[in-house]
Design a protein around this ligand. Structure first.
Ligand code: SF4
Length: 318
């Protein structure tokens, strides 16, 4: 499939079918922790990159193949709200199924009323907020020219007032960057202004090709939870896992997932083992065959091997 990938499992969204509406990489930001590599050319104008009917057709097909999906999640190769027509797609998906729809976005375009309007039918929206000050926002997100921190916050505040669904803000906590007491206090202060339903703290557990990013210490994670909990409900999500059991073509399904983010080798091994219970030789052979295709390569992050896409995003050779 070209647009639909997964299902992936996470504590936040359970079993989630991903829908990617963008050509890689299309983004308004150039986050230093981005798993897709450097934003070579910023995109800031909404476009219908691919025909909406074609995307809807794939979602229909994927829903017929995968039962027990908890969420359909628009997320992918950049900033989701750059896809013009996402509101139409959300409305059409809701005619197909009662499965709720989530949108993962960096939130940078929410200052525009027409962008906020596109999201009103989503059941959950998960925008990013990694900083409580202009300086840190610029350091982490490195946004396109003209996109300011204040505009980002004002977009989130306006969206909260108009949107009746679940607003779950994602905070990427980076060791040594936004985990100081001061940075956390600034974040809490803007979160109070925004008033989300919840905050999900996410960690840089996967490698980023452009720059080494570090996990915060346990003490800093606990401090972040304590500080942000003073203004909203905070969730420190457990890591999810992949489910390949219903994939019609395992290699294609794995390629679709890894082209969107690196996958820990252990996690991939478990997902393949779930497809071949008790057949450890088959699991090892399948992984070897996948590597032999040249589509993937191995990189190390925090002492763990990860699979990344073979030709993309400037990953270092091992
Ligand atoms: S992490 Fe998300 S918002 Fe940041 S540059 Fe990558 S795709 Fe864009």
């Amino acid at each position: 499939m070209k647009y639909v990938f997964g299902p992936l499992s996470s504590k936040r969204l359970g079993q989630s079918l991903g829908v990617d509406l963008l050509p890689p990489k299309s983004c308004t930001w150039n986050c230093l922790y981005c798993q897709l590599g450097k934003t070579k050319k910023f995109a800031t104008d909404m476009q219908e990159f691919f025909p909406r009917e074609e995307i809807l057709g794939e979602i229909r097909e994927a829903l017929a193949l995968n039962k027990g999906i908890d969420w359909i999640t628009f997320v992918g190769s950049g900033e989701t709200m750059l896809y013009k027509g996402i509101g139409w797609l959300i409305a059409e998906v809701k005619k197909l199924t009662t499965t709720p729809v989530a949108v993962i976005t960096n939130g940078s375009l929410l200052f525009m009323p027409e962008v906020r309007e596109e999201l009103l039918q989503a059941d959950a929206v998960l925008p990013s907020l990694n900083a409580g000050s202009e300086a840190l926002h610029r350091q982490i997100g490195r946004p396109a020219e003209g996109l300011t921190f204040r505009q980002h916050i004002e977009g989130l505040v306006a969206f909260r007032k108009e949107y009746k669904g679940r607003l779950w803000i994602e905070v990427m906590l980076l060791g040594g960057i936004n985990d100081s007491d001061e940075a956390l206090r600034d974040l809490a202060s803007v979160l109070k202004e925004i008033n989300p339903d919840m905050v999900h703290i996410v960690l840089p557990t996967r490698p980023a090709p452009e720059q080494e990013v570090h996990l915060p210490s346990q003490e800093r994670i606990e401090r972040a939870i304590a500080t942000l909990s003073e203004v909203t409900t905070v969730v420190n999500p457990l890591k999810g896992h992949m489910d390949l059991r219903n994939a019609p073509d395992m290699l294609e399904a794995v390629t679709a997932i890894i082209s969107r983010h690196p996958v820990q080798q252990r996690e991939l091994h478990k997902a393949i083992a779930d497809c071949f219970p008790g057949e450890s030789d088959t699991v090892d052979d399948t992984m070897q065959e996948m590597l032999a295709t040249g589509r993937f390569k191995l990189v190390e992050h925090n002492g763990e091997p990860y699979w990344v896409i073979g030709d993309g995003a400037g990953w270092p050779q091992q």
